[in-house]
Design a protein around this ligand. Structure first.
Ligand SMILES: NC(=O)c1ccc[n+]([C@@H]2O[C@H](COP(=O)([O-])OP(=O)(O)OC[C@H]3O[C@@H](n4cnc5c(N)ncnc54)[C@H](O)[C@@H]3O)[C@@H](O)[C@H]2O)c1
Length: 437
């Protein structure tokens, strides 16, 4: 799967999309219509937040009759677009994905697909039965350097893959923002950390291991540090009035207020003002009253801050994955792939391959043709390539352009659920042969 994502779609009119969930991700993917109006048109938006849907309406000149407060209302109409971009919160993926697929819309669904293995399977079944394409928001699959790793493996650069070591450093303030104070802090409201944050990474490991079946998996992890018992003496419940805020690396004043004072209004500052543009006043108000002003030791967070997963794939290939909150780097993954003929290492910027026979190293970088408007989205240009591939697939009726399609994505999601089961049950999980059962 996955041909050259820079391929220009053959089309006579733009692909018409409906955006469901006009938050951060919905807005990013919609940018594609501003950059390539001849390829994609945003024809409708649904979001209960007036600020979010109005922003998208203005950006894309959407008529009033196509602005909805909820995705259910969109489906009351006859089909009026080619595809839907489902960018709602984690627990609101399955229902719209199944319903839009049944109505004949091609589906771009944000990751994680859904929060249970059963719901993920139901989405894939609905898309297959309805004959619509499904692309899941595994943006890293579209990162040119990560794609290069797979090309090098397939070209035999390291011989047979024997072991994969992969690290996801989430970043200390990113973790505090998203997983202690923010939307993904609490499993009952969103999903567990391995699914919410690292389903990308387990998917890559599975992909690099040749999409073989995982036979056994074990996992350990917990919430460290971000708990009441670690609250420093004298700290307040909110950073704005905390006497020791200056000594705290997780201070909301540092993460948001100092940032907006320096003129930065993008992520994460824009996230904390859901009904207005961020400025010093709105950010201060958000810290005074909203969830992002809370002391990190006084939140209702319960998702793991550090987790390891060990995997054994068919044929004896092994993999070790680590996710950790407490890092300087923000999501810049580090990978080493050990093969029978060489070692490939990736530091997030460059790939180096050491050849055991010649004892020489070669370095590889990758060119990206992404538009600058996507450069600031947090995944470099991978977001651009994902939406480009999806729109090209729909325009050309060619699902092979999608690299995060139903079958492999479902298998890697199921592996994430098995890994979490191992962590919760404290035992090695022997995975079922889902592909063949
Ligand atoms: N692919 C990636 O790398 C990546 C990165 C971040 C987030 N995500 C995932 O993308 C999804 C969206 O995340 P986000 O950061 O954009 O969140 P967000 O909170 O910015 O946006 C979600 C939007 O959905 C809207 N919404 C809620 N209920 C709705 C309904 N019934 N109908 C229509 N809209 C509704 C909310 O009002 C909000 O505007 C989540 O599942 C998240 O885990 C993926």
């Amino acid at each position: 799967m996955g041909q050259n994502s820079s391929q220009v779609p053959r089309m006579t009119s733009p692909v018409r999309v409906i955006v469901t969930g006009a938050g951060c991700r919905g807005e990013i993917y919609s940018n594609y219509a501003s950059v390539h109006p001849e390829r994609m048109k945003v024809v409708a938006v649904s979001d209960p937040r007036k600020f979010a849907r109005t922003k998208l309406q203005k950006q894309h000149n959407i008529p009033d009759e196509n602005i909805f407060e909820d995705w259910h209302s969109v489906l009351e109409r006859d089909k009026f677009a080619d595809a839907v971009l489902i960018c709602t919160p984690d627990r609101l993926h399955k229902e719209p994905a199944v319903a839009f697929a049944k109505k004949g819309y091609h589906v771009l669904l944000e990751k994680p697909m859904a929060t249970t293995a059963e719901d993920c399977t139901a989405i894939v079944e609905a898309c297959i039965q309805s004959g619509v394409m499904l692309s899941v928001g595994h943006v890293l699959r579209y990162d040119p350097l990560i794609q290069k790793i797979k090309e090098l493996i397939d070209a035999g650069a390291v011989g047979d893959v024997i072991h994969i070591q992969h690290l996801e450093p989430v970043g200390y303030y990113h973790f505090a923002h998203s997983f202690v104070r923010g939307n993904w802090r609490n499993e009952a409201e969103s999903s567990f950390a391995l699914l919410a944050k690292s389903c990308h990474d387990i998917d890559l490991i599975h992909h690099w291991a040749g999409a073989r079946r995982c036979v056994k998996v074990s996992s350990f992890g917990s919430v460290s540090h971000f708990q009441k018992k670690h609250k420093p003496a004298g700290a307040s419940d909110r950073c704005l009035d905390c006497p020791i805020e200056k000594e705290c690396p997780y201070s909301a004043c540092k993460i948001y207020l100092d940032t907006v004072k320096q003129g930065h209004t993008g992520w994460p500052v824009n996230y904390i003002c859901p009904s207005s543009f961020p400025d010093i006043e709105s950010v201060t108000e958000a810290l005074r009253t909203g969830p992002y002003g809370r002391c990190v030791y006084e939140c209702d967070n319960d998702v793991c801050s550090n987790q390891v997963v060990n995997m054994e794939f068919e044929g004896g290939v092994t993999a070790a994955f680590s996710m950790v909150a407490f890092s300087e780097e923000i999501c810049i993954r580090k990978t080493t792939i050990y093969g029978t003929k060489g070692e490939l290492s990736y530091d997030g910027h460059e790939i180096r391959v050491f050849d055991f026979l010649t004892q020489r190293s070669t370095k590889h970088t990758a060119d990206s043709k992404a538009h600058w408007a996507f450069g600031m989205t947090g995944h470099g240009d991978a977001d651009y390539h994902l939406i480009h591939a999806f729109i090209s697939a729909v325009a050309n009726n060619d699902p092979s352009l999608i690299r995060s399609g139903p079958e492999e994505t479902l298998l890697s999601h199921l592996l994430v659920f098995e890994a979490e089961r191992s962590r919760l049950e404290g035992r090695v999980v022997y995975c079922e042969d889902k592909k063949h059962s």
